[in-house]
Design a protein around this ligand. Structure first.
Ligand SMILES: Nc1ncnc2c1ncn2[C@@H]1O[C@H](COP(=O)(O)OP(=O)(O)O)[C@@H](O)[C@H]1O
Ligand SMILES: [Mg+2]
Length: 274
């Protein structure tokens, strides 16, 4: 079964899109180095702001027929073929493909509300084409909207990026309960919280260190810590240049931290497949 990773947190600016894009590209590289049979990775952008789409494809104004919008509003039997037709090549790597977001997704959210099978309109077609990819990574918008629900229902692994500030750890528990509610309440037993990434960590700030320690000691959250990404301005410059952190600043602290996070993720994938 292809693993589907969703980056989610109802807070904005915590590094969801940065993590989704760099993890997706990093997985292509990992799969290649490990000689995996399929190194293609699909990045799905479910946020109408389309940041992940912009940095990976250079464009953020995809229309109704060339974005996720079309898949969500398609007739049931046509949705999976449409998904494959719409997928774009990325500028980052030939094996990194992108299902683009569109500003129209904002409207789709309202249009789909109450439509038949609305929460499954991504999961069902995706299930049929997932075998084309070695892994799938989904970026979400900063809210528990219908589209975020659809993204969670499509996923096997939820990854929660969080900034090292006190209130956000409190918020973490509510994100985790939301994921648990999706798993228990919908037809989707395989979704689990695979981990937390602490982003924009500044070891010079006492509060940050304090929070990280608290997180590590927490009985549930501590076990979920997957990695720590330092605050590093190379990340912002990479964004502006529409590049991955690996290509823009391979020697930067953030690039090394994302590389380490990827080994952890890929090791956990191998373990579950063994
Ligand atoms: N490790 C980091 N160090 C410095 N800036 C970062 C880091 N991660 C993300 N950023 C910046 O923070 C902002 C929000 O990140 P983004 O990934 O778009 O968050 P989200 O998708 O959760 O809203 C962006 O401007 C991004 O460049
Ligand atoms: Mg984002």
């Amino acid at each position: 079964m292809t693993r589907v990773f969703v980056l989610t947190n109802n807070k904005g600016g915590v590094g969801k899109s940065t993590s989704a894009t760099n993890i997706a590209l990093g997985m292509v590289g990992m799969f290649r180095r490990l000689g995996a049979p399929n190194s293609r990775v699909l990045l799905i952008d479910t946020d109408s702001q389309a940041h992940a789409t912009l940095v990976t494809t250079g464009k953020n104004n995809y229309g109704a027929n060339e974005s996720l919008y079309a898949v969500l509003t398609a007739e049931r039997e046509k949705a999976s073929q449409l998904l494959l037709d719409i997928v774009q090549p990325s500028m980052w790597d030939a094996d990194l493909h992108v299902l683009p977001a569109s500003p129209l997704l904002e409207a789709a959210e309202r249009e789909l509300f109450g439509a038949a099978g609305a929460p499954y309109r991504l999961a069902d077609p995706l299930n049929q084409v997932a075998g084309e990819y070695g892994a799938i990574v989904i970026d979400t918008r900063p809210s528990f909207s219908l589209l975020t629900e659809a993204a969670l229902i499509s996923s096997t692994d939820a990854i929660i990026p969080v900034e090292p500030r006190y209130l956000e750890t409190v918020g973490l528990m509510s994100v985790i309960s939301k994921i648990t509610a999706i798993r228990d309440g919908w037809r989707h037993p395989s979704l689990h919280v695979s981990g937390i990434i602490v982003t924009k960590m500044d070891a010079r700030i006492r509060g940050h260190n304090h929070l990280l320690d608290q997180l590590k000691q927490h009985p549930t959250l501590g076990k979920l810590l997957l990695g720590v990404i330092p605050a590093n301005e190379a990340v912002s410059y990479a964004h502006v240049n529409h590049q991955s952190i690996f290509a823009y600043a391979p020697q930067s602290a953030a690039s090394k931290a994302y590389a380490q996070l990827l080994s952890t993720l890929v090791r956990s994938m191998a373990k579950e497949h063994a």
